[in-house]
Each structure stands twice: as C-alpha cells, then as structure tokens.
Design a protein around this ligand. Sequence first.
Ligand code: GLY
Length: 287
Amino acid sequence: MDAARVPSARTLSVARPPCVLKLDGLAAGKGVWVCRTQDELDSALEVAQAFDQPFHVEELLEGPELSVFALAASEAAVAFPPARDYKRIGDGDTGPNTGGMGSFSPLPDVADEDSQEILETVHLPVLRELARRGTPFHGLLYAGLMRTEDGLRVIEFNCRFGDPETQSLLPRLEGDLLPLLAGDLSQQPEVGDRAAVTVVVSGGEYPERSDQGTPIAGVEAAEAAGALVFHAGTALHDGQLVTNGGRILNVVGTGATVAEARSAAYEAAAHIDFAGMHFRTDIAAGG
Ligand code: GLY
C-alpha cells in the first residue's frame, strides 16, 4: 500500500497501546488484536508470539467500517456500491468476532456514487502497482475500509466477494452480472434504488462451535413473506433441512429504504425456527 500510495494504518516500530497487532500471514480471521491497554497488549503479544509467523504493529484506527468490491482486469476495474457488515456476535458490537452477522446497503454515510472515488484512490493504484510488478490481478478485489477522522483508510484486502455484504449487494443489482464476472468491464454494474438488509441466523454456540443436524423450519414461510433466504450452513437429511455449520442462513429483506428492508428482513427471520438459533437484532438499526 505504501508503494501504491494508498492510505492505510501506519506501521509502528514500538508496540505501545493503543495499537493493533497483526500476524503477517493467514490466520483464519484470528490474527488481529486490538490493544487499547497495556494488559491487552501483553496478552496479545503472548498469543501472537505463540504463532510460528512474524507479526507487526500498527496504529489503532477508529471509525465506522465499509466494504467496497471492485471487479478488476489488470489495470481496469469497476466498483460496486459500498456495503457495511457487522462482525461481532452480539448486539451493540459485543462479544467475539465472527465471519459476519449481517449487512446492509446503501449506507447513510457513504453514497453509492462515492465508490467511484474509492476505486480511484484505493483499488486502481493497487492494481497498477501489481501490474507494474509483473503480477497483474484479475478478479474481485475487496477493500475493507474505515472512515476515520482523517479520511478513509484501508484495513484489509481480500481477493473474493465479502460475506455477508454480497448478500445485500446482489439484490440491489439490475441487469446482467455475468459479463462483468467474465471480465467485460465496459459496463458499470447497474444499481437499482432499492435497499437490502441481511440478517445472518447462526447456531447457538457460534462462533465457538458449529451446529450439526438440528432440524430447521420456516424457510418457506420466510420466502413467502418476501425475503431471499441464502443457505450457508445447511444440509438435507432424508429430506429434512438441518443445520450444518456455524452461520446457517442469511435472510435478506429489500425495500424502498433501509428501514423498510430491515423490517422485511426481521419479519422474515421471525419465521425461521431451530433449537438454539441466534441472530443480532440491531442490523442496520442506524441505517
Ligand atoms: N465480511 C467480511 C469478509 O467477508 O471477510
């Protein structure tokens, strides 16, 4: 990012709170420690040093997060509208991190149209730098961003669509996505006016443990109420839908506004029923 002049967190030479410790490698989403106090830093250093890989220390950034996805073909790219996900298991962003407990789009604080500027200041410089190094990138470049007091900063990149942001983006798209996915970037994604809210329904012990074999009822009723239901951790046992993972279902409501989409998502989620099921009740509450 420094080489591409893309704004990110500054690397610190000394570990002193407040700061963030990050493992320098893949860690199944468990390689980042936010340290606001010396105690948090001490225990993070202990855990990080137990991994057999280098780690580094960054300044702690604060602010709301957003995700912007771009489809790229080397130095050309088109961006999708911003979406926001909710990473903690509990309402009010409490409890452990998860793969994502909900999402929504559009955002109240970053307009759909702002994706173009984010593409130009974040994705395109990185794509040009990759091409310059002889490693051009083709595919989906996901920028995880934070809106700090000093402007947007990149928190992470992924080379895939985001989950569960994509569940809230796809219902907003009009037109054919396939040419874009096939690398024809002559058209921008067509985005409709509707809003979408995704509520993730997880097993009761997620993220510590996944859930297997618990019968699930109510998916048809949720769909009949107008929601899209994307399966994440389900299986069919003798024709019965059962749980088979941590995050089980994504219930997506759409509407003219985020508030309408939110009501639609929660009304539909109320039809889903399985023992121990959990979902956050504050997805898009400020949207
Ligand atoms: N929503 C977070 C991720 O897909 O990594």
